[in-house]
Structures are given as C-alpha cells and as structure tokens.
Design a protein around this ligand. Structure first.
Ligand SMILES: [Mg+2]
Ligand SMILES: [Zn+2]
Length: 198
C-alpha cells in the first residue's frame, strides 16, 4: 500500500467557516466568520490540505435543491479566490433518514459522523488520518474526527455553545474547544510544534 503522506484539516461549513443560518438556501446568507480567512491562511501555510465536509440534509428535507449546494460552494470558492485562497475540496451529504424527498432518504455512510466523505478525500489526497483534524460546531464534527482516529475540535461559534452543554451527557470529549475556527487552527499549529519539540 502507498504510504499516506499528507495531513488534512476537515472543516465544517455552517457555524464554522461561515455563519450558521439554519439550512442556508440563499447565496446572500453566506457570510464568512470574521477570522475564517486568517484560519485558512494559517493552515495552508503549514501544509495542511483543507477539506470542507458538510451535512446538507436541507436537500433531503426539500428546503433547497441539490444544485444549490454546488452554487453555494462556487460562491465560497469565488470569494476565497479574491483573497488568493483555495480550499482543496468540498464534500457534502444531501441525505437524511427522515427525508421528505424519497431519493435522498437513506441512512448514508457519508453523513457525519460516518467516514464516507473523509475516506473519499483520504484516497484522493493520500491523507494520513493520524496527522489530521476535524473542526466544527457540533459534537458530530468531533465524533467524525474520533471515529477516524483523528483529533476532533469543537468551536463555540454556530451551535457550539449549545453542543458544549451536551458533552458530558453524550460523553464526547473534544481534543480542544476553540473560540472560533481561527482559534482551532492556531491550536493545531501549536500542538504540531509541541510534537516536533519532543
Ligand atoms: Mg456546523
Ligand atoms: Zn450521503
């Protein structure tokens, strides 16, 4: 087997990269968190692949068409390009068990915290999960990391504060709890430096 050589940060979209707006279905509702661009820059500078992994069950629930997800990601791409930045890949799961639209009704292997989306990226970019991280505002983002043998970080933007209040009951322990995406990224870089010093 080929050696896995790249390291990645799997980032949640809504409530982390951009503001949580509850099933975003309009381009004008896409707004970056203030320090998201800085966070992306920092991770890029340190050689991380940056992969968006997002559950978009709004498709299954009939709130917006699947084509909107592509439109939204094209918009994000365009906005980041203006800042000279690019995210390496965008993956989404449009499915849900309780879908109102039949063709999206399934218990999908790519819905976070399952590894479907991560594993597609792992193959494509030759990612070593052991040196990789997840960042998001839900405990499922942390579980996504832990289920894959990665470190999982919870951010307090979006649903983060509410999710933090459920940690004990759901026995999920994030490796770090960050104020926002940038804080999480800075912790990743710092923890990497500590490893090198050992
Ligand atoms: Mg989220
Ligand atoms: Zn899916």
């Amino acid at each position: 087997m080929k050696k896995r050589t790249s390291k990645a940060v799997f980032i949640d979209r809504d409530g982390n990269l951009i503001f949580e707006k509850g099933y975003i279905s309009r381009i004008r509702d896409i707004r970056f968190h203030k320090r998201s661009v800085e966070a992306l820059k920092l991770l890029k500078k340190h050689g991380f692949k940056i992969i968006v992994v997002t559950n978009q069950s709004g498709v299954a629930r009939g709130y917006f068409p699947e084509s909107f997800v592509a439109e939204a990601h094209a918009h994000i791409k365009k906005e980041l390009k203006k800042k000279g930045l690019a995210i390496d890949a965008y993956y989404y799961c449009p499915h849900h068990q309780k879908a109102s639209i039949v063709r999206y009704k399934k218990d999908c292997a790519c819905r976070k915290p399952s590894q479907g989306m991560v594993d597609r990226a792992v193959k494509r970019f030759n990612i070593d999960k052991k040196n990789s991280f997840t960042i998001g505002d839900k405990l499922d983002d942390v579980r996504l990391g832990h289920n894959g043998g990665m470190k999982g970080i919870l951010v307090l933007t979006g649903f983060g504060r509410w999710q933090r209040s459920l940690m004990a009951k759901e026995s999920v322990k994030p490796d770090y709890i960050g104020r926002d995406f940038y804080d999480a990224a800075a912790w990743i870089i710092k923890s990497g430096k500590k490893q090198e010093a050992k």
